[in-house]
Ligand binder design. Structure first.
Ligand code: 3H9
Length: 692
């Protein structure tokens, strides 16, 4: 089927793009678009042209899957520059998303009309790129260099209303978008003037070059690891100093360089991995999710309240259930406070605050779960308590209701066995703060029904999360791998590293925070309690807890937090404590280089990831990467731990693990069978993904 159709209506050519699912601009579509516009331009019966699209979006951008492959003509810049040579008005009718190359197509038109749900943006920075089809040159000329730069540097699309305010679109129409675009095309044809974006001079709108330079400096400070922000600033700066053609040549050269950069490759990999994670073995694509119109959350602590906020944010009425009126009141207060501070920050309107608060109600006692289509249990991590709750829920919840547990570590199958409907039981592992963190581990129990799993995934998306299906094991995927890192971090302290050195090694790698700064922020007591319950020992962490150093809330943990300090400072007391622990264990302390610290922290995690894959707890390496990218602050431009392992080479990873295991006499550090097999075959985790 042709990807581009052309029809005519009273002298107006309507060029319709139809390339499901999102009209990405692959080679066939580019050729079809150029051909259709060229044909309309040459047709003496045609006065003007409208470009519209079918399906759920206008155009989602260039075809990301084509990047890195040999270029197939015509290039997108050539197609859009071709519009500049057309002497008849071209109007874009934009519904849904006009992103990246999609917005660049629209910017190559003489006018843009949007529907109310349109989203317009140049999100290339999120893929480690910059716009490469004239966006950096046309948008500043249309709306001003400073606002254009901000839109491109943040990469977040503007709503139709925002785009109208910024001047990206000429009008937003509530109904009959195509007709409105045709009318505009007729008006422009009658007026006889052509307003090409490249000829406009609004670069200095909204603060001029000075405002642009300020925005550029701020953006460079925010993300110094990515080369594309500097490239973006150079390209936009060129709109002040260069002719359009020269600016566009600079943009193109930088774009081509960035496409070849491994950081962009990693970000593109993550884009597809996130989408692939939605495909789950045993759950056919057409599996209908169960309808979710009413939710209940059991437990109104920090986690329960955060989960309730997620439901209310998505417009789903939610009942919060507690054991006493006092605990309930405290939990409901947490929720109203969350919204009140969002209003204070300016990120939520008072109207929306009222709407969301009205979706939240509270009750004492599990009977209140009777009406819910889904119940999410967020009580203490205690198996007896959870099985008791699920036993009761089994009696009170309506038939077909999904019973979900937010456990972080416990066996979902044992929890399911407390009910007579284990097929309706699932794990929904939210991350703290639940209303902020994007990751949702959807835990598939041995008996979870496919439509229950499909509902977990669908609901996750409705809640604005990235849902990833995982199997049952202690800690699932993310926390199970994290436990390895935590163990090694503790061990590094015993061998001679200091907390700030370990943290600096990981922030140098790209994490926003190191493990000890994170522990101090979260508090050391929960992990301490867990270790005690499991009979585990962590000599350094235990000693800190025994000394009352429970983290930031105690003013001291791995670091000292002087009154009012936002981040910790080195504490000689901790360093003396480390020396004592090492001496007690008979370990001679040594200086450990940052490179070794990173390897010691990251390789055992990768090794655990290999075990997780071998056991089928994660379906594919990409799922593990999506989990670490969205739940644990893995630097996006490194593409997740499994892809990182491939980039190092599994032979190297295996050799280093072998060396760590030998040096420590710790067999669990030795390469896992899957890692060893792949390394011996000269393969990477990606080969495994391809073979499955
Ligand atoms: C660019 O434009 C560079 C130019 O400046 C210069 C060029 C010279 N390409 O997300 P969904 C697939 S860079 C290829 O689940 P939604 C996606 O993989 C690009 N494939 O849908 C999935 O496939 P599958 C700048 C793409 O409704 C399917 O479409 N643009 C592309 O939740 C559905 O996707 C962007 O960065 C693509 N561009 O969200 C925008 N886009 O079914 C990227 C999607 O096999 N796209 N696919 O898993 C998005 O943000 C979202 O897809 C969108 C729809 C919001 C449009």
């Amino acid at each position: 089927m042709d990807k581009v159709r052309i029809t005519a209506q009273d002298g107006i050519a309507i060029v319709t793009i139809a390339s499901p699912p999102v009209n990405a601009l692959d080679a066939a579509l580019r050729a079809g678009l150029a051909e259709a516009v060229g044909r309309a331009a040459a047709d003496p019966d045609i006065r003007a042209i409208v470009i519209a699209a079918e399906g759920r979006t206008f155009i989602a951008g260039a075809d990301i899957g084509e990047f890195g492959k040999p270029p197939a003509p015509p290039s997108l810049p050539d197609v859009i520059n071709g519009f500049d040579a057309v002497t008849k008005p071209i109007v874009a009718a934009i519904h849904g998303a006009a992103l990246g190359g999609g917005l660049e197509v629209a910017l190559g038109c003489h006018a843009r009309i949007a529907g109310p749900a349109a989203k317009l943006g140049l999100p290339e920075v999120k893929l480690g790129l910059i716009p490469g089809a004239g966006g950096t040159q046309r948008l500043p000329r249309l709306i001003g260099a400073a606002p254009a730069f901000k839109l491109m540097a943040e990469g977040t699309p503007a709503s139709a209303a925002e785009a109208l305010k910024l001047g990206i679109v000429d009008a937003v129409v509530e109904t009959d978008l195509l007709q409105a675009a045709i009318t505009k095309a007729n008006d422009l044809a009658a007026a006889g003037t052509l307003r090409r974006t490249r000829d406009l001079d609004r670069r200095s709108a909204a603060g001029g070059q000075e405002a642009f330079e300020q925005a550029a400096a701020a953006a460079l400070k925010r993300d110094p690891a990515l080369p594309n922000i500097a490239a973006l600033a150079d390209a936009v700066r060129a709109t002040f100093t260069e002719r359009f053609e020269d600016g566009q040549a600079l943009e193109r050269a930088r774009f081509v360089e960035l496409v070849a950069d491994d950081r962009s490759k990693a970000l593109r990999y993550a884009f597809f991995a996130e989408r692939e994670s939605a495909r789950v073995a045993g759950v056919p694509k057409d599996t209908a999710p169960r309808p979710i119109g009413q939710a209940a959350v059991i437990g109104a602590g920090t986690m329960g309240a955060g989960i309730a906020v997620c439901f209310a944010n998505a417009g789903i009425p939610v009942t919060v259930i507690e054991t006493t009126a006092e605990l309930l009141a405290r939990g409901l207060d947490r929720i109203t406070q969350t919204y009140a501070s969002a209003v204070k920050r300016g990120s939520l309107s008072a109207e929306e605050e009222a709407r969301r608060n009205a979706l939240v109600s509270g009750k004492v006692g599990l009977d209140a779960a009777a009406e819910a289509d889904i119940v999410v249990e967020a009580a203490f991590e205690d198996m007896d308590l959870k099985t008791e709750i699920f036993g009761t829920l089994d009696r009170v919840a309506k038939p077909g209701a999904i019973l979900a547990t937010n456990t972080s570590y416990l066996d979902v199958d044992r929890i399911a066995a407390a009910t007579t409907r284990p097929d309706s039981v699932i794990g929904l592992h939210f991350f703290s703060p639940a209303n902020i963190m994007r990751l949702l581990e959807v835990v598939r129990g041995a008996k979870t029904a496919p439509d229950v799993l499909a509902t977990g995934i669908d609901l996750g998306r409705r809640l604005g999360k990235v849902p990833v299906v995982v199997g049952v094991c202690r800690g699932f995927v993310g926390n199970r791998m994290l436990a390895r890192r935590t163990q090694e971090a503790e061990r590094l302290l015993i061998e001679g590293a200091l907390p700030h050195e370990v943290d600096a090694a990981l922030t140098g790698f790209g994490f926003r925070m190191g493990p000890f700064a994170v522990s101090d922020l979260a508090g050391l007591d929960i992990a301490w309690r867990n270790r005690k319950a499991l009979g585990q020992v962590a000599p350094v962490a235990d000693a800190l807890c025994e000394a009352g150093r429970l983290g930031q809330k105690a003013g001291r943990g791995y670091y000292l937090y002087p009154e009012g300090a936002r981040s910790g400072v080195r504490d000689p007391e901790v360093e003396a404590l480390l020396a004592r622990v090492s001496a007690r264990l008979g370990v001679t302390r040594r200086t450990i280089p940052a490179e070794e610290i990173v390897e010691r922290l990251v390789y055992p995690m990768i090794n655990e990831g290999a075990r997780i894959l071998d056991e089928g707890i994660a379906q594919r390496p990409g799922d593990i990467d999506v989990i670490w990218l969205n739940g644990y602050g893995w630097p996006a431009w490194r593409g997740g731990p499994m892809r990182y392992a491939d980039s190092i080479g599994l032979t190297t990873v295996a050799e280093r693990l072998e060396a760590f295991a030998a040096a420590r006499g710790e067999p669990s550090l030795a390469p896992a069978p899957l890692l060893r097999r792949l390394a011996d075959a000269g393969q990477g985790f990606a080969d495994l993904a391809a073979a499955r």
